[in-house]
Design a protein around this ligand. Structure first.
Ligand code: C2O
Ligand code: CU
Ligand code: CU
Length: 433
């Protein structure tokens, strides 16, 4: 149940080259039935790219679907021209190559389609994969890094099926308001997933790749665990939790100590849907106690707000309208223009009843406040997606380090994919003065 690692081809100049083949597939999720799916280099979901800071990577996206698509590198801080967004289309049976250098902190990033108005359906069909980025610091901390053994990626999703066992991605009014959720839980594309680990400290790298479901992750014995990283960086220090909220688009890395459970089973579950998500079998062997690093990193790059510019965004959703600042996404309109190098304060306001995960492309941010109060302890790192609850205003310090031209602007949007596709999204450029 662990996604394979995609080996890079090393080109002459040291560039790591990856081929992502976007294709149709079939998977037996329900016994005796084949579901039509999409996948990357396989039937459902895609392989993991393991990369390091300062790597130059080249990605070849080959689209063999019968429709156009485009792949977005969620969390990568790269220029707009290297990213996939609704302003770019990889038409059926064509390819798109892009090459860039990674210059950002260690983080769990991911890739998924971002095609105009079809993102939700294409992700639902199975297009998503992980990008695991390490740096000197993350590798020096003695954290578990044995992929699939003590360093386990978990891609959380849910699906619903029709009577022919096909994905039911119908778009009723209710679906687009509430987002499409399902009663079948998947981890790494597997129904009823099962994981075997040694009785020691295990690192779980979690991605919420569901279209709309918010998870509240807990263990069946209510045990404590430690969050060590969020979307875009390590946390300054491990944060002790019993429950972790993860909204669509968000990532978290946790350390869980299973050393007392030799020979026993434990469940990872979602306390909002009251369902078990993952059955973990702890092997019978000699427990190994590992100690937790006290400090993980120092986040200092957002200390200085060097631009007086304040921007406000209202997340608008009611029975009649869905958008941001009273506007629906329009490919021909640039909503905000930003000067490269600036760190600005963005204020995101949700006066509606539904919580929305707000995401910004090509950069990361630090959460300054939630309704004027300090953000949660496990949000003290850098992020690119933040859940904004009903009647909440969240302030962010956002730093814009790369260029996004009028032809390849960045997006900000709600990461409930049905909201995004319905127009809860805007575009911005980042340019030198
Ligand atoms: Cu993960 Cu614009 O998206
Ligand atoms: Cu993104
Ligand atoms: Cu939303």
């Amino acid at each position: 149940m662990i996604p394979p690692i995609l080996e890079a081809k090393i080109l002459k100049d040291g560039v790591k080259s990856y081929d992502l083949n976007v294709q149709e597939g079939k998977v037996e999720f329900l016994k005796g039935f084949k579901t039509n799916t999409y996948g990357i280099n396989g039937d459902f979901l895609g392989p993991t790219l393991k990369v390091q800071k300062n790597d130059t990577i080249k990605i070849n996206v080959n689209n063999s679907l019968r429709e156009e698509t485009v792949i977005h590198w969620h969390g990568l801080k790269i220029p707009g021209i290297n990213d996939g967004g609704p302003n770019r289309a990889v038409v059926s049976n064509s390819s798109w190559n892009t090459q860039f250098t990674l210059n950002q902190r260690a983080s769990l990033c991911w890739y998924h389609p971002h095609s105009h108005k079809t993102t939700g359906r294409q992700v639902y069909m199975g297009l998503a994969g992980l990008i695991m980025l390490e740096d000197q610091e993350s590798l020096s901390l003695n954290l578990p890094v044995d992929y699939g053994v003590d360093d386990i990626p978990l891609v959380l999703q849910d699906r619903r099926f029709d009577s022919k066992a096909q994905f039911l991605y119908a778009q009723t009014m209710h679906d687009s308001m509430m987002g499409v959720t399902g009663d079948v839980h998947l981890i790494n594309g597997v129904v009823d997933p099962y994981l075997e680990v040694k009785p020691t400290m295990i690192r779980l790298r979690l991605l919420n790749a569901a279209n709309a479901r918010i998870y509240s992750l807990v263990f069946s014995d209510n045990r404590f665990f430690y969050q060590i990283a969020g979307d875009s960086s390590l946390l300054p220090k491990p944060v002790k939790l019993k429950r972790l909220i993860l909204s669509p688009g968000e990532r978290a890395e946790i350390l869980v100590d299973f050393s007392s459970l030799s020979g026993q089973n434990i469940l990872l579950g979602d306390s909002l849907s009251n369902r078990a998500l993952l059955n973990i079998k702890v092997m019978t062997s000699k427990p190994k106690i590992l100690s937790l690093p006290q400090n993980l990193t120092v986040i200092d790059e957002y200390a200085q707000i060097n631009s007086p510019k304040r921007r406000e965004f209202t997340l608008d959703m009611n029975m009649m309208f869905m958008g941001i600042n009273g506007k629906k996404m329009n490919l021909n309109r640039i909503d905000e223009k930003i000067v490269m190098g600036d760190t600005e304060i963005w204020k995101i306001k949700n006066s509606g009843m539904h919580a929305h995960p707000f995401h910004i492309h090509g950069c990361s941010f630090k959460i300054l406040s939630r309704n004027g109060k300090n953000p949660y302890l496990n949000e003290a790192g850098l992020k690119d997606t933040v859940l904004i609850y009903s009647n909440e205003t969240v302030e962010l310090a956002v730093k814009f380090e790369h260029e996004a031209s009028i032809d390849y602007p960045y997006m900000y949007h709600c990461h409930i994919l049905e909201h995004e596709d319905a127009g809860m999204m805007g575009q911005f450029t980042v340019t030198k003065v």
